[in-house]
Design a protein around this ligand. Structure first.
Ligand SMILES: [Fe+2]
Ligand SMILES: [Fe+2]
Length: 152
């Protein structure tokens, strides 16, 4: 049986890396805008990061961790709310891409960062312990997530 606590820690570490990267990029965007420099390159980097890391991570969770959690009726409202946040992340990513000026880009980047930070915390505080309580083998779930990511 996998060490579920260690797997939950690995997921939390990955979340922390993503939060850190989003924060760094959002600070860079703030910096270039404040100095009146071109902002589009940093915006493109944030979009690239969302497309390479954040959104594939969200999609992989939906087909693995969330799917397993649905076996427990008490977890369904939580999973529905997490799914709504994934949809909101995708909408903010699109708002970022469609930004017509620096203000719109910064609004979208800030929203993406804030939402992802709270969302990841919710998964760590509520979803992962809920899955552990049901004896879901997180190691297998994480392996399935990695396979889903490799195939994306
Ligand atoms: Fe998520
Ligand atoms: Fe996550």
């Amino acid at each position: 049986m996998a060490d579920n606590a260690a797997v939950a820690q690995a997921i939390a570490r990955h979340h922390a890396e993503m939060v850190q990267q989003l924060s760094t990029l959002t600070e860079q965007l703030t910096h270039v805008i404040r100095h009146g420099d071109a902002w589009q390159d940093v915006r493109d980097q944030i979009q690239g990061y969302a497309d390479r890391e954040l959104l594939p991570h969200a999609a992989a969770e939906e087909s693995t961790l969330y799917a397993r959690g649905r076996d427990d009726a008490t977890l369904i409202p939580l999973i529905e709310s997490l799914l709504a946040e994934h949809r909101a992340l995708r909408r903010w990513r699109n708002r970022l891409v469609e930004a017509l000026d620096a203000a719109e880009a910064l609004l979208a980047a800030g929203a993406l960062r804030a939402l992802f930070t709270e969302h990841a915390g919710k998964e760590e505080s509520w979803l992962l312990p809920g899955l552990v309580r049901r004896d879901v083998d997180l190691e297998t779930a994480l392996g399935a997530m990695r396979s889903a990511l490799a195939g994306s």
